[in-house]
Design a protein around this ligand. Sequence first.
Ligand code: NI
Length: 137
Amino acid sequence: MSIVYLSRRATFSASHRLHSREMSDEENRELFGKCNHPNGHGHNYTVEVIVRGEVDPRSGIVMNLADLKSILQDAVLDDFDHRNLNVDLPDFEDVNPTAENIAIAIWRRLEPCLPDGLLHEIRLHETENNLVIYRGE
Ligand code: NI
């Protein structure tokens, strides 16, 4: 049995405002600084979806990358690209759209669309220097 990890990368642009309802306005300003600015700001995000599975002995593949591409497009990118995450997406109605929570939201959207146990990791790059990794834990 051979286990291989497969990754598909995509980009999207979105705006957000970091603001937690659990914290006071002052605490938000202090923690998030300019990212707490009321009118928001934008990022060019890169998301990598990593699936992990057995190589099918007949086809030689873990999963069809064209399927992964279209699942990512339909379940995530169509809704996230060129949106205001705070306002446009139910995922962030009660959740601060930090990179951490965006990675979790992407996992939750993809997981039901993929074969059981195949989704391994979401890597979300918010800037060239900032990356969050979520593995469904
Ligand atoms: Ni930001």
